[in-house]
Design a protein around this ligand. Structure first.
Ligand code: ADP
Ligand code: MG
Length: 238
């Protein structure tokens, strides 16, 4: 079980609180999409879940276990960013296996998971290439491969498709949906693309100014937006 509990979660930078009392339960296997305007705290929330930002207040649990003080490498969570940040001097295969390499898994044990992830993402024939010889879409696949290779308890995506052109964005969105169907891994996905939110999400979390405005299925938010802000964001006819 790898559901998540966010209880009265707060974040301050200096003296300024940017996330206020965030309450959210995410079920095991659920695909939750965070939406909201720039600066509302989406990335900060993901980074707290990943362990990349200290939690100022409240509690964060995965599978019932308190995670507040657990360092990122012990969280068993994989994060995919919009800038794919592959290691330029490493082959695709080594990039994909690197998280196992830093955990001292021997090369023989890394090959199987890397090959399986490469098959899943159609990267079989690119394993010996270096990042500079890949297209944007292929790099994005490698970044996703690097995440799935570890078979983590959860995936975090921070606007993973926003650097891609429109056609590739559609293709990768379908790929992410397929991956989730296949792996069923608990996912928290940040986007400001309505279509991505409406098509990928089991539930959407609408944020503004460091607070959650509404949580619901795409249909619930569309049919019964809690306020004008949600209605405008979701694009429902009010
Ligand atoms: P979003 O991802 O929704 O655009 P962020 O989580 O990046 O929003 O930012 C939320 C708020 O926190 C913003 O007001 C931003 O300026 C502030 N913030 C983010 N990171 C830092 C930081 N490292 N130091 C100070 N303030 C930050
Ligand atoms: Mg952000």
């Amino acid at each position: 079980m790898a559901g998540m509990e966010l209880r009265a979660l707060r974040k301050s930078y200096g003296g300024l609180e940017v996330l206020h009392d965030i309450e959210l339960s995410i079920a095991d296997g659920e695909f939750v999409v965070l939406v909201g305007p720039s600066g509302c705290g989406k990335s900060t929330l993901l980074r707290m879940i990943a362990g990349l930002e200290p939690i100022t207040g409240g509690e964060f649990r995965i599978g019932g276990r308190r995670m507040n003080e657990v360092p990122p490498r012990d969280r068993d969570i994989a994060m995919v960013f919009q800038s794919y940040a592959l290691y330029p001097h490493m082959s695709v295969a080594r990039n994909m296996g690197f998280s196992m390499e830093i955990r001292r898994r021997p090369a023989a044990e890394r090959e199987g998971p890397v090959a399986a992830a490469a098959r899943t993402l159609g990267l079989d024939r690119l394993l010996e290439r270096f990042p500079k010889a890949l297209s944007g879409g292929q790099r994005q696949r490698v970044a996703m491969g690097r995440a799935i290779v570890r078979d983590p308890q959860a995936f975090l995506f921070d606007e993973p498709l926003s650097n891609l052109d429109a056609a590739l964005r559609v293709e990768m969105r379908l790929e992410i949906a397929r991956l989730h169907q296949r792996l069923g891994t608990t996912t928290v996905y940040v986007t400001h693309d309505q279509v991505e939110a409406m098509t990928l999400a089991d539930r959407i979390v609408v944020m503004n100014g460091g607070v959650i405005q509404q949580v619901g299925t795409p249909l619930e938010l569309y049919d019964r937006p809690a306020n004008r802000f949600v209605a405008q964001f979701i694009g429902s006819p009010t």
